[in-house]
Structure formats: structure tokens, C-alpha cells
Design a protein around this ligand. Structure first.
Ligand SMILES: Nc1ncnc2c1ncn2[C@@H]1O[C@H](COP(=O)(O)OP(=O)(O)O)[C@@H](O)[C@H]1O
Ligand SMILES: [Mg+2]
Length: 166
């Protein structure tokens, strides 16, 4: 199940994250792909605020995993964009999710799907044609695996305001 969204501003992308947050459950895995500056961390900011987390959200550059624990469910946030030993970091993060009863959100340069569980929500962000405005983004959301397919109707409902024309 794939949904195509469009946002016009960073605030809009944050709002998409906040709208998805109520659907999240402990042990969920979200994969965010897109180029540098596409808006992955911006989306995580929205998810964190939607979960009620008050920590500042930033790309985990110097720490491998950042955790935001003050919301409804803790978030483990990993950015593997520039890392060489991706599998090590992902394994570490997955352990964290098992032990810490949190959701895992991973930012990637591009998909390295086989490293993550099959049950996951995948979000792909791309900048639109500059003619559409420098701030416009396409956000493709794919529900992969049984637990996300089960939430497909809810996903459709909460993302309605940003649905792109087919
Ligand atoms: N529609 C939009 N969605 C997300 N970010 C946007 C949008 N328009 C402009 N921006 C800007 O683009 C940048 C995205 O940065 P960031 O979220 O850190 O990207 P990434 O984590 O993918 O590298 C921010 O400076 C943000 O303000
Ligand atoms: Mg980032």
C-alpha cells in the first residue's frame, strides 16, 4: 500500500509526522529515505512532537543513536547516511528497540532494505521540480508487512490533508 503526499513547507512536513505519530506502537520500525536536505529529520521532528516528546531533534551525527524518551513511546533515532558500518549500527539500534520498548526511526541515503525487519513503514522524501517551489516535497509512504498493512486505513485517513493528485 503506497500513499503519495505533497508538502509545501517544512512546517507542513512536520505536520505529516505529527499526524502519523498516534498510529505508532512499541517496536515499530520506520525507514526514511531521501537525499541530504530532503526533510527526513524534519519529519522526525514532527513525529517526536506528535508523540509528545520535548527533546530537541537533530540528525544524529556525532552520536550514533539519539533517543527521545519524554513522549508517549520513546524514539530511537539513527542516521546511517554517512556511516560505513551500517549493519553494526542498525543491529545496535534493533537491540535497543527490543530492550527499550521504543520505536526505531532510521534515516538512510537510499534503501538498504535487507538490513531491517520486513515489517516497517517506509517513507521516501524527494524535492519536487523547482518550478513547484523550492520548498515543495513529495512524500511517498509505503506500508510494508502485516502490522502496517493492518493500519493502512488509518494511514490513509490521517494523511488525507497532504494527498498529492495522482
Ligand atoms: N516541504 C519541506 N519539507 C521538509 N523540509 C523542508 C521543506 N521545505 C523546506 N525544507 C527545509 O529543508 C531542510 C530539510 O532538512 P532535514 O530535515 O535536515 O533533511 P534531511 O534529514 O533529509 O537531510 C530544512 O532546512 C527544512 O527547513
Ligand atoms: Mg537528517
Amino acid at each position: 500500500m503506497e500513499l503519495q503526499l505533497r508538502t509545501g513547507t517544512a512546517d507542513d512536513t512536520r505536520a505529516v509526522g505529527a499526524a502519523i505519530a498516534p498510529l505508532l506502537r512499541i517496536h515499530d520500525v520506520m525507514v526514511l529515505t531521501g537525499e541530504l536536505g530532503a526533510g527526513k529529520t524534519t519529519l522526525v521532528r514532527g513525529i517526536a512532537s506528535g508523540l509528545g516528546a520535548s527533546e530537541h531533534v537533530a540528525s544524529p551525527t556525532f552520536t550514533l543513536i539519539r533517543e527521545y524518551v519524554t513522549g508517549r513511546i520513546p524514539i530511537a533515532h539513527v542516521d546511517v547516511f554517512r556511516l560505513d558500518r551500517v549493519q553494526d549500527v542498525v543491529d545496535l539500534a534493533l537491540d535497543e528497540v527490543e530492550d527499550g520498548a521504543c520505536v526505531l526511526i532510521v534515516e538512510w541515503g537510499d534503501a538498504v532494505d535487507e538490513l531491517l525487519p520486513d515489517d516497517r513503514l517506509r517513507v521516501e522524501l524527494t524535492s519536487e521540480d523547482p518550478a513547484a517551489g523550492a520548498d515543495a516535497r513529495r512524500i511517498a509512504i509505503t506500508a510494508e508487512g502485516p502490522s502496517w498493512v493492518e493500519r493502512a486505513d488509518e494511514l490513509v485517513a490521517v494523511t488525507g490533508p497532504w494527498r498529492a493528485d495522482p
